[in-house]
Structure formats: structure tokens, C-alpha cells
Design a protein around this ligand. Sequence first.
Ligand code: PBG
Length: 332
Amino acid sequence: MDLLNRKYPLTRMRRNRMKSFSRNLMAENRISINDLIWPVFIKEGTNKTESIKTMPDIFCFSIDSLISELEKPVSKGLNAIALFPQIDAELKNNKGTLALDENNLVCRAIKTIKSYYPDLGLICDVALDPFTDHGHDGIVKNGAVRNDETIEILINQALVYANSGCDVLAPSDMMDGRIKIIRENLEKNGFHDTILISYAAKYASSFYGPFRDAVKSSKLVEPINKKSYQMDVANVNEAIQEISLDISEGADMIMIKPGMPYLDIISKAKQKFGVPTLAYQVSGEYSMIMSASKANYLSFENVLMESLTCFKRAGADGIFTYFVPKIIDIIE
Ligand code: PBG
């Protein structure tokens, strides 16, 4: 690098910034539809489009409504969606048994979406929280979330989803050792090509509040505490160890979550491991940008594009974002 030898006025950094043609030429990162994954909420019923109180302009769709809703984004080149079920309260129990039912909402959604959009990548969370009445991601005994007993269930949930035609399984539970056991079980059952995205560095964040409202797994006023399995927001080294373990256990891609407040983690992980790295712009980030924009405190399109570009700059290869339906009208 010649940085130290370059001096004003022979070097004027503003020359390249002066006109839009040169700004465009030297831009290091650009967002395209190829970078985006749309997380969607689904529920039982037909012709349902229900709003979510804490997430302006986001809806929970019945499967048939989602099929129509996907038409435009898919025609614009959307590669993948992530499915999140809102399960009726009376179907939840303390073990999340419904997660293993091959006719559950997620499995039916996978099959129907695949029949309409065979090339659209389908990503499903492997975790029990939408199905448990306590809202935890695993089995709770004596007030503690049990690691190994939870994995025993998750390996079957993973299999049930893979069997329904899910392309990508995304364990989001943060139990120790689950990637290895899920991977081995997939291999044993002939699912050699199922991709595992590990929520490798998932923090015990308060930015998930609106999501838990959307899947009705926790009340905002008495937020559920997941600190015994999700990571302390204060830690970096722990994230690097988590990611390293998940890669060695067989994860194909890693995810860091939440997104924007954790760009340092994305950047470090990408530099250190160089594996496909995804970021999740979570529900709380979505709702912050939306509410500030609706109040005219922020300029919506600019802030949205800036937030996504920053993910790419930090090193994210792909971004889960609820903004997909809005972005496709902004980017060319
Ligand atoms: C469930 C899960 C959560 C999110 C994705 N999968 C919530 C949680 O861990 O409590 C959060 C997504 C968001 O906030 O947008 N394991």
C-alpha cells in the first residue's frame, strides 16, 4: 500500500467521489436480490394475512396466501425464504411434540411451496420454541433447558423437515454438539445434500422481541430468558469458538445473529474462517427502522440500503431480512 506516501494535493480523495459515474465504479459492495433471504411467518387456515402488532407491514400468512405473496419476489429473483410457524396455543406442549409431526404446518408449507416454486430455496429453523408452551428452544426440566435430551428431538425434527423436501436446515437452538449429531443422522438417512446453516453465533438478544410476538412464543412485557444457551452479548472469543465448533461439526454455512449491532462478529468470523457467512437482520432491527421511518425521523429507503450495504461491507455473503418485499421495489 502506498498510503503513507500519498500526499495532498497530488492525491485528493474527493476526486473519485466527485461524480456519480466514478462513485459507482469504485463502490466495493452492492446489494442485489441474490444476497437476500426472506424470513416469513406462516399460520394455519386459508386466505389469511394477519398483521403483526410489533412489526409494521409484516404479516403472518396462511400457506395459500404465502404462495400468492411469493409470486413477485420469486419473479424478481429471490433465492430463498426461511419459514417460521405461528402455532396455535392449544397445539403447543412442554416438549414441542408437534415439531416431529410430518403433517405439521411447516411440513405442509414445505411441500406446497415446493410444488409451486421448485427452485426456491427453503430454509427451516431447527428448534422447538414455536412448538413449546414455555417458548424455550429445548426441553425444560427442573427449570433448566436440557442439552442432550433436546438434541435427541432436534435430530428427528431435522429429519422430518428434510423428508418433506426442505433444502436447508438451520439449527437455531444453540445446544452444544447438535450440528454433528444432526449431520450424522442426515447422512445415515441418505440426506447427503441437505445444507446446514448453523446459527453459530446467536446472542441472547433483546432485539428478538417482535419475532417472539409474531410466533407467539413470549410476551414482550415478561421477556423469556435464554441466557443459559444463547450467548452473552459481551463476548467475542466465545463466538469464534462456537463458530469454529459448528464448522468442524459439519455446518455448511454459518450465521451471526442479530445483525447490525454485531457487525464486528461478522467481520471477524469471515476473516478467520472464510466460510459462507450469513447475517440476520432481526425483528427488532426491522421494527426500529420501520418505526423511525414512519415517524419521519429517518429516510426509509436510504437507511434501509445503508443497513444492508453495511452487512456486505462487514463480510456477510447473505442477509436474512424482513425488508425483502420493500427492497425489490428499490433495487433494480
Ligand atoms: C428461534 C428463533 C428466534 C429468532 C429466529 N429463530 C428467536 C429466539 O431465539 O428467541 C429471532 C428472529 C428475529 O428476531 O427476527 N430459535
